[in-house]
Design a protein around this ligand. Structure first.
Ligand SMILES: Cc1ncc(COP(=O)(O)O)c(C=O)c1O
Length: 455
């Protein structure tokens, strides 16, 4: 009993601290100040010889590290593309951590297998993809891209009479890979990990929003993977899927879409129609930790031809005999892993179809509020605000960088920097269920004050 009691006490203590942390998150600085960061030193002792009671360990962690965290779970964090975590998904993460299930095989956790199967079905329904597609739960979009592209590589080479699982890429038929010039760095990383190379890919020209131009497209010959994008990480713009998928299908290419956050536009009626044609792709990658607002780390690969996904992810050993339920290891690279699909299930169960649509639409209209407020104050919005991303410049590059640094120092909100087609810009990503109009107005005021101070 003693040990179970210790675990229960540790969980109760952690829940108390976590609850207090979240209750205060809207009032504190978004970025920790220097004093808070300096407090981390309390954790940095020589390797302890003796242990410490679990509740004391947690109290130490809370005291030293909570103030040093970036308040990205709060309402005024607009950096990168970072979503919050809706309450049920956060609670499910805690509960499923207590369960400590291994989602590799149904035999290891029938509950995790069943819940992930349901979550997979709901995702396909929410996003409107074929109901018999394979869905692999991954750590994020990088691994989702890798997973889907492994299926693509397998399928394209199998069609050319080459079994890449058995023979590798040495001596294999060449695969042509097309990407847009504004491809996300993580997709190139996935291609590199798969032996397809970062720089041997063929870049297709893009327009001022980062969308591939659907004109003057080259002829497709031989095994080919065409990588498209839903939601450019800077502008939020998506490729014109109708003409590009038509081109890809005519050339019998495998068409993959990186939709780390942009894919969620499919869940919101008004935005889904802008992605028309995306349904003709063969695979799609997205994150749940971005716009579905589940805790890190969570993404998924969706592959129309489930057999190609299984062939690419296949691993066999006598003790890994396929069971009755869903064996997670047949859908994703890992064998043992936590059952991250449980949080996906919880988030969707909490919000329902309508709640997910509202989340997406609300973030998009808050992004427009940001853009309008900035433009009205004379700042230059560099992108068409079609989704949840806003790019803004405050004069020349150097001044823009000064404004970004001042916003980050001020602590009311947090926005990052980028370079968009040669110009420095501040990037605002509205991706959290927690953000309200009031948060946008407070943040706008802080940004405009920072802009004045940067004169
Ligand atoms: C378009 C796109 N693809 C891939 C990724 C990588 O996602 P993750 O960091 O979850 O691996 C991102 C992250 O911002 C992204 O915006």
């Amino acid at each position: 009993m003693g040990r179970e009691k210790d675990a229960a006490a540790a969980l109760a203590a952690a829940a108390g601290m976590a609850g207090r942390y979240l209750e205060g998150i809207g009032e504190r600085r978004v970025a920790p100040d220097a004093a808070a960061l300096a407090g981390l030193v309390a954790l940095d002792t020589p390797l302890p010889d003796r242990g410490m009671p679990a509740t004391e360990v947690l109290a130490l962690l809370d005291r030293a590290a909570s103030p040093a965290t970036m308040a990205s779970a709060g309402p005024r964090y607009f950096g990168f593309v970072i979503g919050g975590a809706v309450p049920a998904s956060l609670g499910a993460a805690v509960l499923s951590a207590a369960w400590d299930q291994n989602a590799g095989l149904a035999a290891m956790s029938p509950a995790a297998a069943a819940i992930e199967e349901i979550a997979a079905r709901w995702i396909l329904d929410l996003l409107g993809f074929p109901t018999d597609s394979g869905v692999g739960f991954t750590t994020g979009a990088t691994m989702a891209n890798l997973t889907a592209l492994a299926a693509a590589r397998h399928s394209e080479l199998a069609a050319a009479g080459w079994d890449v699982n058995e023979r590798g890429l040495f001596g294999a038929p060449e695969i042509t890979v097309f990407v847009g010039e504004e491809v996300h760095a993580s997709l190139l990383k996935a291609l590199a990990l798969l032996g397809l190379g970062r720089s041997r890919v063929r870049h297709l020209p893009v327009d001022g929003q980062g969308r591939i131009r659907a004109t003057g497209l080259p002829r497709i010959e031989g095994p080919t993977i065409l990588c498209l994008q839903a939601g450019n990480v800077n502008t939020g713009a998506s490729d014109p899927f109708l003409p590009l998928t038509e081109w890809g299908r005519e050339g019998e290419a495998w068409i993959h879409v990186d939709g780390a956050f942009g894919l969620w536009a499919l869940a919101a009626r008004g935005y889904a129609r802008r992605l028309a044609g995306i349904e003709y792709a063969d695979s799609w990658a997205t994150d749940a930790h971005k716009w579905l607002n589940v805790p890190y780390d969570s993404g998924f690969a969706i592959v129309r031809d489930r057999a190609s996904l299984h062939a690419a992810m296949n691993s066999t050993a006598a003790y890994l005999a396929a069971g009755e339920g869903r064996d997670g290891l047949a859908y994703a690279p890992e064998m043992s892993r936590r059952a991250r699909g449980i949080e996906v299930w919880a988030a969707i169960r909490e919000m329902g179809r309508e709640g997910v649509a509202d989340l997406v639409a609300r973030c998009c209209s808050l992004a427009v509020r940001f853009a309008e407020g900035l433009a009205a104050a004379g700042c230059e919005v560099l992108n068409d605000v079609v989704l949840n991303q806003v790019l803004v410049a405050f004069g020349d590059d150097e001044r823009t960088r000064r404004v970004i640094a001042a916003v980050q120092r001020d602590g009311t909100a947090w926005c990052g920097g980028t370079v968009w087609q040669g110009r420095a810009a501040m990037r605002i990503s509205v991706s959290s269920w927690a953000t309200t109009e009031e948060d946008v107005d407070l943040s706008l005021a802080a940004i405009l004050k920072a802009a004045l101070s940067a004169n």
